[in-house]
Design a protein around this ligand. Sequence first.
Ligand code: HEM
Length: 103
Amino acid sequence: GVDTLSRIPMSVLKQHNKRDDAWSAFNGKVYNITPYLPYHPGGEKELMRVAGRDGSKLFGTPLSLQVAGVFADCVSIIALTHGWVNIDYMLDECLVGFLVPDS
Ligand code: HEM
């Protein structure tokens, strides 16, 4: 965690785009994803796509979309890749600060 929450400008986030120094922003929060890279079930390569960037959009992209007919009606079940994944909870220890625009 962080004792003093930092404000991270976009230009600073961009510099942390290496395998051994990777930060990424999700929903306005900047995380150091470096220690998590080897553990990502979707693979290191996938996660590295958002290194030095805002990863919110890619994180929320559905891997598959399933439609199931239940009862007489059609009920759509949208299976999100990260449907149950809570970044705040999982990467709490890796929180660096909050993303802010460059001044
Ligand atoms: C799967 C965590 C970011 C692509 C997963 C799973 C977890 C996870 C826990 C397993 C989900 C399950 O099996 O139910 C995270 C965390 C992220 C992150 C904590 C942010 C720090 C990303 C990003 C991408 C990505 C940015 C794409 C660029 C994938 C893919 C899978 C996956 C494709 C599916 C792997 C499979 O089932 O074959 N992720 N993820 N993830 N993730 Fe991520």
